[in-house]
Write a protein that binds this ligand. Structure first.
Ligand SMILES: Nc1ncnc2c1ncn2[C@@H]1O[C@H](COP(=O)(O)OP(=O)(O)OP(=O)(O)O)[C@@H](O)[C@H]1O
Ligand SMILES: [Mg+2]
Length: 245
């Protein structure tokens, strides 16, 4: 399976957005980006003049919530889009539904030489078919994007097989085609931003570093976990023992 698709909003990710805690205003910044993307699309801005590739890249150490943040953001976006059906503004494009397509990067590598580039091509043909439904908004999540976009410099130096080069080229070409479509957004995550081809990083409108949680964020994450465990009756909440004098 090269990818999985699910309808949004999805009950699995209810509450995920609020559960993610970051010290700075990362969540707000990403929401602003989504808002700007929709605004520019609605206004029919010429994306040849205003460079906007509809690509977000989140990178940082493992386990810092990058994948979760992408899913939560997709959920948030779909909820925002569904509100548009109620508040009808003359220039807003209406979407009857939204979907999240998660690419399984590793499955796009074939043991057969030259096949991988074709697999990427085939996957993007299916993505284009979904994007052709203009009343549906599609969020594409490319997790661990470094495996698809390993720097071509390595290939040129002969340290990377040329099949990897085909994959990067195929992906970049397909992304360039999608940037003209109003109803798509590409989100990607990586632990190894240095291994990503610079042409991909250049295409990202936002390259956001997701750091390990701060002391306050760790406290807040543990506090919410404990509150949930207490609320579900697994751990009883006890009062502080009285100090004997
Ligand atoms: N800042 C955070 N606040 C709350 N929960 C978090 C935070 N960061 C990570 N988590 C939790 O940690 C778990 C792992 O998160 P996730 O898989 O999204 O991380 P990741 O950055 O994609 O990891 P990897 O780089 O290994 O793919 C999730 O259950 C997520 O909810
Ligand atoms: Mg991840």
């Amino acid at each position: 399976m090269a990818a999985s698709v699910c309808e949004l909003p999805n009950s699995t990710w209810e509450g995920l957005w609020d559960s993610l805690i970051y010290a700075d205003d990362i969540k707000l910044k990403l929401l602003d980006y989504i808002h700007a993307t929709l605004l520019l699309s609605d206004a029919n801005v010429d994306f040849n003049l205003v460079s906007w590739n509809r690509v977000v890249l989140l990178h940082g150490p493992p386990g810092t919530g990058k994948t979760s943040l992408c899913r939560a953001l997709a959920q948030k976006l779909s909820i925002r889009l569904s509100h548009r059906q109620v508040v009808i503004s003359p220039c807003s494009v209406m979407y009857s539904h939204a979907r999240l397509l998660e690419i399984n990067s590793h499955s796009l590598f074939s043991k057969w030489f030259s096949e991988s580039g074709k697999l990427v091509q085939r996957l993007f043909n299916s993505i284009t078919e979904l994007v052709d439904e203009e009343d549906a908004f599609l969020v594409v999540l490319i997790d661990e994007v470094e495996s698809l976009t390993a720097a071509r410099a390595g290939a040129m130096a002969g340290t990377e097989p040329s099949d990897g080069l085909r994959v990067v080229n195929a992906l970049l070409t397909q992304l360039d085609k999608l940037r003209h479509r109003k109803n798509v957004l590409i989100m990607s995550t990586s632990n190894l931003v240095k291994a990503i081809d610079s042409a991909f990083v250049d295409r990202a409108d936002i390259v956001q570093y997701i750091d390990l949680p701060s002391r306050d964020a760790i406290y807040e994450i543990l506090r919410t976990c404990l509150c949930e465990i207490v609320a579900k009756g697994i751990v009883a909440s006890i009062g502080s023992p009285m100090l004997l004098t």
